[in-house]
Ligand binder design. Structure first.
Ligand SMILES: Cc1cc2nc3c(=O)[nH]c(=O)nc-3n(C[C@H](O)[C@H](O)[C@H](O)COP(=O)(O)O)c2cc1C
Length: 177
């Protein structure tokens, strides 16, 4: 697991190659396996492979997220804000699980933040994506997870370079490492 975590990097360049159905299924299963507050499972996931929709995702943020239209697929992660006051946490954990499952399959991914961000179309990023995908209220979009076979190589993290001073022992300020 630590090895997988070291290898995972945000990938923003993708090969022009479709993802396998079974891999997309496994990634979505990883999201559905994520823990949620009070087991409320407040999330919903929208798998998008349609090229026109992926192209439109490019405008979901200011500045433009130019790599999104190049992705082979994207999973839009939303939460039911009426169902759980922890929908952000629920959706975030699910997204992280899906990112790790993608990594384990050799699929690159990148988290594109939608919540609390603006689109380049004079509306919030949430309003833009919600309109595009017919997402009703009270659902809100947390983020879009772009997916594709990597067309860039990024170095794995080394355990030696971790910020160990962020770890405290027993009380704040008492360093462990
Ligand atoms: C909450 C969150 C929001 C992010 N939003 C964006 C984003 O909108 N666009 C983007 O290109 N990357 C985004 N990222 C990816 C980060 O830039 C990236 O994880 C960070 O620079 C560390 O690089 P690494 O993922 O390769 O370790 C986001 C990551 C997180 C966790």
């Amino acid at each position: 697991m630590l090895n997988l975590l070291q290898k995972r990097r945000s990938i923003r360049r993708y090969a022009d190659k479709m993802l396998k159905k079974e891999d997309l299924t496994a990634i979505l299963q990883a999201g559905l396996l994520a823990p949620t507050s009070c087991n409320k499972q407040s999330w919903e996931f929208i798998l998008v492979e349609d090229k026109e929709t992926l192209a439109a995702f490019g405008n979901c943020r200011e500045p433009k997220q130019a790599f999104l239209p190049q992705a082979a697929a994207a999973i839009v992660v939303l939460g039911d804000t009426a169902k759980s006051d922890a929908w952000v946490e629920d959706a975030s954990i699910a997204l992280a699980f899906m990112q790790l499952q993608a990594e384990s399959l050799g699929i690159g991914s990148c988290w594109v933040q939608i919540r609390n961000r603006q689109s380049n179309q004079n509306m919030s990023a949430n309003a833009y994506v919600s309109e595009l995908l017919s997402i009703p209220s009270p659902y809100e979009v947390l983020a879009i997870l772009s997916l594709g076979y990597p067309a860039e190589e990024r170095p794995a993290y080394s355990l030696d370079e971790l910020k160990y001073d962020k770890v405290h022992q027993e009380a704040f300020g008492k360093k462990m490492f």
